[in-house]
Design a protein around this ligand. Structure first.
Ligand code: AMP
Ligand code: MG
Length: 482
């Protein structure tokens, strides 16, 4: 079987990667397959064929299997050598949209970057990545995609034995901030230059003619990240492990480990079991992304200006407005979610007041914003029971603002619902689906997946999936699963 792969990354200097084959598994069984995504990539496979290929047992003949080198700051501490310790790139496919995408197996066995790891992945975390990445895609947020999960028929040993699996991930590329760091830390300017040229050619072709390509790239990556983080904030997404090796230079959400969606609004929310200091809390994500981008900037300084002080100054000018830019994107989104078709200076205060009330009332982020659309649709009806009582005075101010806005109620509600999802993959639902899958029942996973693939639709027969957890259903911690 041939996929029609291209191999642009494999063609880069040999020290950027290591050729390595997947380790075959005992009894591959296809658990979930993303047929629409496969079709977008020009693939058409039968079930048994897909299991053999996406387990790594029989890679496509035209794959050029390799593990990528990268480094990274993990919780602020630099680790000079990470790399694909349990993943292999098969090659790149050009989708229907003309964009080249990596196809990578994750959990496919040991590589020269595995250190003490087994190179494997457990079924639960791989299904979690599938579910959350496809939910993010359906929400309209740039992300890596998931093409398949294959159960291996083998156990992996974490704190306990768990069923193993391989995920096939599709990404605009797997080049991370940490990829640049790997070579910069070794003083290998030639490799950084090769990466720089490659990333511009692949992800930012418009910058080829820029006066200072490295600076233009830093600026473009920064802009994509600002938009991305604002999108995470919009839907209450908490990445959980924003290490520099988990930040894509293409601007996609990548590496779904302990990530989770917030239920009740609290900017301090942290789910990850390993994030003790709250470094990656919901409201810290903009500052952390900026910190990560500063690490990228450091690797690019020699290409920005031969005079280091001047290079630093120029990089600063690019990075300084980052947090304000995220806030700006967030405010623009909030205006639309509140049904305003125009921008007024006092809107920022109105949004701030809303956030304050929601935090005090521990109101559900997703439900509240969606319910406001219902109120806007029928301005004369009493406010819905999904809104916290404490919101009364704020609702009055909001209605006064709406009264001066030209949109009709129907137009307004449509616009609001287009940005305020009804369905997110809530932690307690995700956990229940993964627990069932581990016990051999995949139905809850498939049902939840189908719900979160249509996040903005009403889905009247699925209303229970909108609900936040009851106190006893709350999932307070999530785990990396590595
Ligand atoms: P992550 O926490 O998934 O971002 O992974 C951080 C680093 O640990 C990467 O270099 C991974 O390749 C590596 N890693 C994670 N889990 C394993 C594993 N089971 N075996 C080998 N390497 C792993
Ligand atoms: Mg990672």
């Amino acid at each position: 079987m041939r996929f029609g792969f291209e191999h642009s990354y494999a063609a880069l200097p040999a020290r950027l990667h290591t050729r390595v084959a997947p380790t075959s598994v005992a009894a591959p069984q296809l658990v979930v397959y993303n047929a629409p995504l496969a079709e977008d990539l020009g693939l058409r496979l039968a079930g048994a064929e897909a299991a053999a290929i996406f387990s790594g047992n029989t890679p496509p003949e035209d794959a050029d299997l390799l593990a990528m080198a990268y480094a990274g700051h993990q919780f602020g501490v630099f680790v000079p050598s990470l790399g694909d310790g349990r993943a292999v790139l098969l090659g790149e496919l050009r989708g229907r949209d003309g964009i080249l995408r990596d196809v990578q197996l994750k959990g496919s066995g040991r590589t020269p970057f595995s250190r003490n790891g087994d190179g494997r992945a457990a079924l639960g975390p791989m299904l979690r990545e599938y579910l959350l990445s496809e939910a993010m895609h359906a929400l309209g947020i740039p992300t890596t995609r998931s093409l398949a999960v294959v159960a291996t028929g083998e156990r992996v040993y974490r704190e306990e034995p768990l069923p193993g699996a391989v995920l096939t991930r599709v990404a605009q590329s797997h080049i991370r901030v940490g990829t640049f760091q790997y070579f910069a830390a070794r003083g290998d300017q030639e490799a950084v230059r090769a990466l720089l040229d490659y990333v511009i050619a692949r992800h930012y072709p418009d910058l080829r003619e820029a006066a200072v390509p490295a600076l233009a790239l830093l600026s473009a990556v920064t802009q994509r990240q600002a938009a991305l983080i604002a999108e995470w904030l919009r839907v209450g997404f908490i990445h959980g492990v924003m290490n520099t090796d988990n930040m894509s230079v293409a601007g996609e959400t990548i590496d779904y480990g302990p990530c989770a969606f917030m239920d009740h609004y609290d900017p301090r929310t942290v789910f990850s079991s390993i994030d003790h200091g709250g470094r990656y809390a919901y409201a810290n994500q903009a500052v952390i992304a900026q910190w990560n981008l500063a690490r990228l900037a450091e690797t690019l300084l020699p290409f920005i200006d031969a005079d280091e002080a001047r290079a630093v100054q120029q990089a600063r000018e690019v990075l300084d407005p980052f947090v304000a830019d995220v806030d700006g994107h967030f405010l623009t989104g909030m205006r639309r979610r509140l049904g305003f078709s125009t921008a007024r200076p006092e809107d920022a205060a109105l949004v701030r007041q809303l956030l304050d009330v929601l935090q005090r009332a521990q109101a559900d982020w997703t439900l509240t914003l969606r319910a406001l659309a219902d109120v806007a649709a029928s301005p004369d009806a009493a406010p819905t029971g999904e809104l916290p009582g404490e919101l009364g005075p704020w609702l009055q101010a909001w209605r006064a603002r709406l009264a001066e806005d030209p949109l009709t109620p129907a137009e307004r509600a449509r616009g609001m619902r287009a940005l305020s999802p009804a369905y997110i993959p809530r932690n307690h639902r995700v956990q229940a689906a993964l627990d069932a899958a581990e016990a051999g029942d995949y139905q809850p996973f498939h049902t939840l997946l189908s719900v979160v693939q249509r996040p903005y639709d009403e889905q009247p027969d699925r209303r229970a999936y909108r609900c936040p957890p009851r106190p006893e259903e709350r999932v307070l911690q999530t785990f990396c699963g590595t």
